[in-house]
Write a protein of this length. Structure first.
Length: 654
């Protein structure tokens, strides 16, 4: 009739008397509906619900797996959308539900009757095929982990009586990623995975780059904590690019100064080895030249002496400013108390001990190293991360895979951002080498981030297993959607509604993409920050500015604020017996200071303007620091200022 919408029944209405309704819903009857549409990867199921009754509709839920009977097999299908035919719910007449499902795979019964799951589909559903609730045995077959070393990490969201398992060996060998917005439980999930990993793989050594100092609490009995106070990462372990990053504190380096370092660093390393002709012996007796990146110790005082020597031999003045600036940068880094972890230790060939402590070789019952980066100067964090990742890969290479390592990068988008112009090149290269080649040498990679869209897509693509927790950003969801298989795209639609502790897990270590909930950890095993914020709130108000200034100047409480302690560099220069060399007066030094270098104001001859009121005249150092003889006729060791600047203050070098 015109003006009247005709209703099309897509499924004959069954007898819905009370007795038949009970038969349909009793445990032995798993009937849900029938297929009314199907294409290669999706199907539509129609189900009729009696007037006002929700018993049958309660069996349907988005994210639930159902099965569709096709001949002697069953098709596993994931529900991702539901609707009624009329877009409304009637209390007085039957309601026709249209359920959209994604075809996941096919289940067959083996000769012994055991269910076997196949990700491919041989027989697609026909129209009218019956959809029913999933058997428990079929559900177990779908999520059964194939391969060795299955490990339980939680429970399935669809049926919490069933374990969620992964192949731990595959996850470690082929890298993994944990992504999710802030506060969803990423750190807790990672702590669980690492605890499971070291229990399943006793040979595994784990290095955690921890920018928030929170993972130490998660491994109280199995980890060693390295913080800025206990860190010993000598400067000579850094390659040229990494060392330059420290010197310039993240700023763009000056090519002329880097060229001088490239020339002088190998000479300083040869001096430490006693002038062995610039070569070191490999196994078999063959020699190899010492390069700027060869991990051989050298003394900073030797490098400064080489700079002084080069300054003395330069006839023109074009290169002298670059050399002087380089010298001041080196002195500034050595005297900076924040870089004590690089320059404070005695110079010696302790590489074996350093690597053993960082990478837990041998483990001695503590296979995890928590590297706390929160206290390291932000300007050099990237350089430190580059050194650690590079050393991890090199250990794997030179051990030929005999040492199993896992490098875990929290806040990975800091080190390997998607924008190639951001971040630090050597850090990106070191992590990329692990991602691309680490599998061959037993070095695995784990990346953790709350913004996967800001992570280098190449690195993320190398992670064969992904645990995607709640993500609300469309760009982040799109990146995960592109990583999951086409037959499981509908799983990603749940990302924005996942609960804390829930994840969509997919990849080579997981049989089928699954929505799961991680095991709950004991409170004593939960990661948490070192309590710095809480500690700051508990501290009394501090009005001792003198104490603050002492810390800024690296002074002890007994030191005079106006008389800083001698630097370690000056002590090394004095102990080496190196006397002052010809130079120029102190009044000329600040002309070539690097940008940002602070110097006390010095009045020059011809300055007629009166000094500012805050200006305090410096003492006359020429009379105190000039050459003098001791009572027995011997020349004393050079003063601190002579050691630092490498020339007597009174000489003009002209």
């Amino acid at each position: 009739m015109p003006g009247k919408t005709e209703r099309i029944d897509v499924q004959p209405t069954p007898d819905i008397s009370d007795s038949n309704r009970r038969d349909v819903l009793k445990p032995g009857n798993r009937f849900l509906g029938r297929v009314v549409a199907c294409n290669g990867s999706h199907a539509t199921i129609s189900a009729v619900v009696a007037a006002g009754d929700t018993s049958l509709s309660e069996l349907w839920a988005v994210g639930r797996l159902v099965s569709i009977s096709v001949n002697d097999s069953r098709i596993a299908a994931l529900v991702y959308s539901m609707n009624t035919q009329t877009k409304a719910w009637s209390e007085h007449s039957d309601n026709v539900m249209l359920v959209e499902v994604e075809l996941v795979g096919e289940i067959t019964s083996g000769p012994d009757g055991q269910s076997m799951f196949h990700s491919g589909i041989r027989n697609h559903p026909y129209l009218g095929a019956i959809a029913h609730r999933m058997r428990a045995s079929d559900l177990a077959a779908i999520y059964e982990t194939r391969g060795g070393n299955p490990v339980v990490i939680g429970r399935l969201a669809q049926d919490e009586r069933m374990d969620a398992t992964i192949s731990m060996a595959t996850m470690l060998e082929r890298h993994f990623a944990v992504v999710g917005t802030t506060g969803v439980g990423k750190s807790t999930a990672v702590s669980l995975l690492i605890n499971k990993a070291i229990a399943a793989e006793p040979r595994l050594r784990v290095l955690i780059l921890d920018p928030h100092n929170e993972f130490a609490a998660a491994f109280p009995d199995t980890s060693v904590v390295i913080d800025p106070e206990t860190l010993d990462l000598p400067f000579w372990l850094f390659r040229l690019e990494e060392f330059v990053e420290v010197l310039y504190k993240g700023r763009t380096p000056i090519p002329e100064e880097v060229d001088f370092l490239y020339d002088l660093l190998p000479e300083a390393k040869r001096l430490f080895r006693g002038g062995e002709g610039g070569a070191i012996k490999r196994r078999g007796g063959e020699n190899t030249a010492i390069t700027v990146d060869t991990p051989i110790p050298f003394r900073m005082v030797d490098l400064l002496a080489l700079i002084d020597d080069r300054l003395g031999r330069l006839e023109g003045r074009d290169s002298k400013p670059s050399l002087r600036n380089l010298k001041f940068r080196l002195q500034s880094a050595v005297n900076d108390p924040r870089f004590r972890f690089m320059f404070a230790g005695a110079v010696g060939d302790q590489m074996t001990d350093i690597l053993g402590r960082i990478f837990r070789i041998p483990g001695n019952g503590r296979p995890v190293t928590t590297f706390q980066l929160a206290g390291i100067p932000s300007e050099v964090v990237n350089a430190v991360a580059a050194v650690l990742c590079r050393l991890a890969f090199e250990i794997g290479v030179w051990a030929n895979g005999a040492v199993r390592l896992l490098v875990l990068c929290e806040e990975a988008h800091r080190y390997i951002p998607s924008d190639p112009d951001l971040g630090f090149g050597p850090t990106r290269q070191a992590i990329a080498r692990i991602a691309k080649e680490g599998r061959k040498y037993g070095v695995g990679l784990g990346v953790i981030t709350q913004r996967p869209a800001e992570l280098d897509a190449t690195i993320l693509s190398q992670c064969s297993s992904v645990f995607a927790m709640r993500l609300t950003n469309e760009l982040d969801q799109g990146l995960i959607r592109s990583a999951i298989s086409a037959s499981s795209e509908s799983s990603i639609s749940f990302l924005s509604s996942l609960d804390n502790g829930e994840a969509i897990a997919f990849g080579e270590a997981i049989a089928v993409p699954m929505r799961m909930r991680f095991e709950r950890l004991a409170d004593s095993a939960l990661p948490r920050a070192a309590g710095r914020e809480t500690e700051m709130h508990r501290r009394p108000e501090l009005n001792d500015l003198d104490g603050i200034v002492r810390r800024m100047r690296n002074l002890s409480p007994s030191d005079d604020l106006l008389s800083p302690r001698p630097s370690a560099l000056a002590d090394l220069a004095a102990a080496s017996g190196r006397g002052p060399v010809a130079g120029r007066p102190l009044t000329d030094i600040d002309d070539d200071l690097p940008p940002g270098f602070l110097a006390l104001p010095v009045r020059r001859p011809g300055d007629d303007a009166p000094p500012p009121k805050s200006f305090r005249p410096a003492p006359d150092l020429r009379r105190e620091a000039g050459p003098r003889e001791t009572g027995d006729g011997e020349r004393p060791a050079p003063s601190i200022r002579q050691s630092i600047f490498g020339r007597p203050p009174g000489s003009n070098g002209r």
